[in-house]
Ligand binder design. Structure first.
Ligand SMILES: *Cc1c(COP(=O)(O)O)cnc(C)c1O
Length: 357
């Protein structure tokens, strides 16, 4: 295996950047992309020479497996610019490991870590002007892999395309989030693909989430598929509950995505003496805690928003409000994590990886 792909990426750059036409003060999340993209194809049993080229649409055969059988996985991560104008990634090792775990589950080929890392380094270095300074500004990174082999035969493809695209982002604030606790639909099941970051997990959520939206809730808190008694994730985020001064979050499993934000918040909480328990929380416990006043906070955790406070939940047509806290552990942890990401606090865990110029 070649040990340094950095020098082996074919690079074709745009003749002029579109950056000056972008209004960085009004960025809709995830719909503007930078000038270039990273592409690496898999065929004949191996990964081909990677390329960086202008961001543009491409052609795939209408019978490509991704369209018919949904072999598609992705990652979500961010790059940040610090006070000294250096650009940093947050725990990219976690993303490549998870991507390859997703790939294995979807019968897709694993990507060599050096292709992934060299692609990120080179592409983000080329696009570093798109990473703006200041808390809240970031570059959202979307690595993904699709099956591009043709043929409507229900078997894994022999050809794949791995790509990285980049989208400038502002801090993501979703407002007050009310959630509905799922009592019928499920996001994931034992033996299923819930632990993979697979595209199909998202499409499966759209309909139940739409039903929840129609009832005035922004998100669904997913429960275990077998009994609907255990709280698992909030929308596409991991979920934490604060009861008195202890944080609870479900252990990762076949049904629960192993979130980088989740594990990082747990690490910071433990470092700072906040009690965290990784165990299943029952819906009945949550309702009880809401009734007796010990429920202090609920929040989602994920790369896009870091922490997304939840202000109330509905279960069996009863709405329970989460009382406003003077001192929010959720917002405290969010600030601590964000400061590490923007290099405003010591990176005591060694999580940050610099983009080399
Ligand atoms: C991506 C994702 C998360 C959050 O993962 P992060 O690595 O923290 O961004 C949580 N749950 C689901 C279902 C996800 O797809």
């Amino acid at each position: 295996m070649r040990d340094n792909f950095n020098n082996e990426i074919d690079i074709v750059t745009v003749s002029s950047s579109k950056i000056d036409s972008v209004d960085f003060d009004n960025l809709p999340f995830g719909s503007i992309f930078t000038d270039h993209m990273f592409v690496c194809d898999f065929r004949d049993g191996q990964w081909q020479k990677p390329q960086i080229k202008p961001y543009e649409p491409f052609m795939i055969d209408p019978s490509a497996k991704v369209f018919h059988y949904g072999q598609a996985i992705f990652e979500g991560m961010k790059a940040y610019r610090d006070e000294h104008d250096d650009v940093w990634l947050f725990r990219p090792d976690q993303n490549i490991h998870r991507l390859n775990k997703s790939a294995a589950r979807m019968a897709m080929p694993e990507i060599p870590e050096e292709i992934f890392m060299a692609g990120l380094q080179k592409l983000i270095d080329l696009e570093r002007n798109w990473v703006k300074k200041g808390l809240g500004n970031s570059l959202y990174i979307r690595p993904f892999m699709i099956a591009i082999g043709s043929g409507v035969i229900a078997a894994p493809s022999t050809q794949y395309r791995f790509m990285i695209i980049l989208s400038p982002a502002k801090s993501y604030y979703s407002g007050e989030v009310k959630v509905l606790i799922a009592d019928h639909y499920s996001r994931a099941a034992n033996g299923g693909i819930g632990a993979a970051k697979a595209a199909g997990n998202y499409s499966a959520q759209f309909y139940p989430t739409k039903l929840a939206n129609e009832k005035g809730f922004q998100q669904v808190i997913w429960t275990d598929d077998a009994t609907h008694t255990k709280l698992e994730e909030a929308g596409t985020m991991n979920v934490f509950f604060r009861i008195n001064d202890t944080l609870y979050t479900a252990p990762t499993s076949e049904r629960i995505l192993d979130g980088v934000t989740r594990k990082s918040l747990i690490a910071i909480a433990k470092r700072d003496g906040i009690q965290v328990e990784e165990r299943s929380v029952l819906v009945s416990e949550l309702v009880e805690a809401a009734k007796n006043g010990s429920l202090k906070e609920i929040f989602g955790a994920g790369t896009a928003a870091v922490v997304n406070p939840i202000c109330g939940f509905s279960y069996e047509d009863v709405y329970y409000e989460v009382p406003k806290q003077e001192h929010s552990i959720a917002l405290d942890l969010k600030e601590k994590l964000t400061k590490i990401q923007y290099r405003m606090a010591d990176d005591t865990f060694g999580w940050m990886v610099k983009i080399e110029g």
